[in-house]
Design a protein around this ligand. Structure first.
Ligand SMILES: NC(=O)c1ccc[n+]([C@@H]2O[C@H](COP(=O)([O-])OP(=O)(O)OC[C@H]3O[C@@H](n4cnc5c(N)ncnc54)[C@H](O)[C@@H]3O)[C@@H](O)[C@H]2O)c1
Length: 278
């Protein structure tokens, strides 16, 4: 791909301590951006910054994106240290939380798979919602959706104050379209598409663009704990035959962050190897 030029732009990346967020932070830095790497895990965010093209113009911040005050304080710190925000990547996300019934769901799914593997008519139902407590639902929505809202609002305030035609990218998921996955996660990722479309209309007159990237299965630590056989089955169902690597998602994000995508707003860029078509 042609070189992405982001020289001097301030880019905030959430969940930048590992996985896709780390790859995105480092990709934007390679394009010349001054990156603010936000994560719950400060040490890992620091490691991400250390791997940036010019770590001296990037900063790590400890920030829980589901905490509105913490987000506002962090953006104020970013503005005073690095300058007004031109790029935001809402990447922080979780797929499970305590009290969300994931353990029961995995157990039931294992049983059902076993029944099918034995050639039996499956009797076990995987009704995950039955085991999902309010707390588990709220935590996932709090990070994936509220977090994206709080960060987007803070970034737009910064862009409006400094009259910047910025670019905001949020990480949705193929699950938003396919419906495959736990209900809190799928709902939050579908809501990201709504946030993107509503704000594309609202902010277009200012030249602020907002897009989403919808990855399919991607080789990051979020995949840890998923049984190996399920991963194999998942990959077998992908036309390109494999999961994405974090760098491949980072390339899609950096294109949307740059002027190379200047006519794109409100779009969902699908990067899933053909596993689902939007
Ligand atoms: N990996 C996949 O297969 C896949 C597929 C589609 C979409 N996604 C989405 O891509 C994004 C990145 O996924 P990943 O696979 O790199 O995940 P990951 O679990 O490897 O990394 C997520 C990072 O976010 C941080 N984080 C979690 N909660 C946070 C909070 N409240 N505040 C700040 N930081 C927080 C974690 O500390 C971690 O560093 C997520 O939004 C995820 O839902 C992932």
């Amino acid at each position: 791909m042609s070189e992405i030029q982001l020289a001097g732009r301030v880019a905030v990346v959430t969940g930048a301590g590992q996985g896709m967020g780390r790859a995105i932070a480092q990709r934007l830095a390679a394009g010349g951006a001054k990156v603010a790497a936000l994560d719950l895990n400060f040490e890992q965010a620091q490691e991400s910054v250390a791997g940036c093209a010019d770590p001296s113009v990037c900063m790590a911040y400890a920030c829980n994106v589901s905490d509105s005050n913490a987000v506002n304080e962090t953006f104020a710190a970013v503005e005073s240290t690095l300058g007004p925000v031109s790029i935001l990547v809402n990447n922080a996300g979780i797929g499970r939380a305590p009290g969300d019934g994931s353990d029961q769901m995995y157990e039931l799914m294992g049983k059902r798979n076993e029944e099918m593997a034995n050639g039996e008519e499956p009797k076990t139902h995987v009704d995950h919602i039955v085991f999902m407590e309010d707390e588990g639902w709220r935590d996932v929505m709090g990070v994936n959706l509220d977090g994206a809202f709080y960060c987007t609002r803070a970034a737009v305030r910064s862009m409006v104050n400094a009259d910047i035609k910025g670019s905001i990218i949020s990480i949705s998921s193929t699950a938003a379209q396919s419906g495959e996955g736990p209900v809190h996660y799928v709902t939050s990722k579908a809501a990201i598409v709504g946030l993107t479309r509503a704000l594309a209309r609202e902010l277009g007159s200012r030249g602020i663009r907002i897009n989403a990237v919808a990855p399919g299965p991607t080789n990051t630590p979020i995949m840890n704990g998923i049984p190996e056989q399920w991963i194999k089955d998942m990959e077998a169902a992908i036309p390109l035959g494999r999961m994405a690597e974090p760098n491949e998602i980072a390339d899609a994000v950096s294109w949307l962050a740059s002027d190379a995508s200047s006519m794109c707003t409100g779009s969902v860029l699908v990067a899933n190897g053909g596993s689902y078509f939007f």
